[in-house]
Design a binder for this molecule. Structure first.
Ligand code: GUN
Length: 283
């Protein structure tokens, strides 16, 4: 039997429609500022996609393209200016940053009310304290995808593989807030498969291609693959794949695959976060 596919595109459309409706109800157009440094091709492409989707959804969007060697004080000054600007509602600094720019210092320099990535320590604290705030987009997108496909969470055993500040940690916090019993595994976890086989809901964000194979999954479990890798394929082409081996579809009850799964939820959730930030600032 093959798993039900938890498709991301239709779930993302619902979020985008909500963002459009709530943006249109505001007295001013929510304005998102996207900042990137350097010319990492993946970052360029992600920022272009966010900018495009923001405009298509009825938001204002401005891209700040900084040179690879931008001095830290210059980036901090831009963040201070945008944080103080009442016409800027959302601020995002695309990761990864060039090595000389410490992410923690950069993330702490954004007004937490405009921190649409949810990376400011105040927002991280609110997430873990179960208080309202802005939470990271991919983690929120995973929860929205599960909700869209009516996957129950309360009282269920959730295992998160990966503990990054971008996905693993925040998704664990959101699953906990949704009343799941949550375990976080990482590279030092012994006997990973013993743990993953206990999961009713398995979220894999480890950054390792095909880390999770069929024998690591409880039959009937819901599996969300958050990895994204370009592996060499036939004829010099690349194939997109995730942290979950495709054979898992034969064991899982439901699977969010790569590609086709959670991908578009991140941008949709970013725009919803921007609208939420604008509502807070304008309210
Ligand atoms: N790079 C990869 N994922 C993300 C994300 O969610 N936000 C930012 N700012 N950069 C990223």
């Amino acid at each position: 039997m093959s798993a039900t596919v938890l498709a991301g595109a239709p779930a993302a459309l619902v979020l985008l429609e909500e963002a459009r409706r709530r943006a249109a109800a505001l007295p001013v157009q929510p304005h998102l500022h996207l900042i990137r440094a350097g010319s990492d091709p993946a970052s360029l492409s992600y920022v272009r996609g966010k900018d495009r989707q923001a405009r298509l959804t009825g938001l204002r969007s401005t891209v700040h393209a900084l040179p690879q060697d931008v001095p830290l004080p210059e980036l901090l000054a831009l963040l201070a200016r945008l944080s103080a600007d009442p016409e800027a509602h959302g601020i995002l600094v695309q990761l990864p940053l060039p090595a000389h720019l410490p992410p923690a210092a950069v993330q702490a320099a954004t007004d937490p009310r405009k921190d649409v990535d949810g990376f400011h320590p105040l927002n991280v604290g609110c997430l873990w304290a179960g208080q309202p705030g802005l939470a990271p987009c991919t983690a929120l997108g995973i929860l929205a995808l599960l909700r869209h496909h009516q996957v129950p969470l309360a009282g269920r055993t959730a295992v998160v593989v990966g503990r990054s500040p971008v996905v693993g940690r925040p998704v664990a916090g959101l699953l906990l807030a949704a009343d799941a019993t949550v375990t976080v595994a990482h590279r030092h976890t012994p006997a990973l498969s013993r743990l993953t086989r206990q999961a009713d809901v398995l979220i894999v964000a480890a950054g390792q291609p095909h880390l999770v194979t069929a024998h690591m999954v409880q039959p009937g479990a819901t599996v969300v693959d958050v990895g994204i890798h370009r592996l060499p394929g036939a004829g010099g082409q690349f194939v997109l794949t995730g942290d979950v081996h495709p054979e898992v579809a034969q064991v899982a009850g439901a699977l969010s695959p790569v590609p086709g799964g959670v991908g578009p939820m991140t941008v949709a959730q970013l725009l919803l976060n921007t609208v939420q930030a604008a509502e807070t600032q304008l309210g």
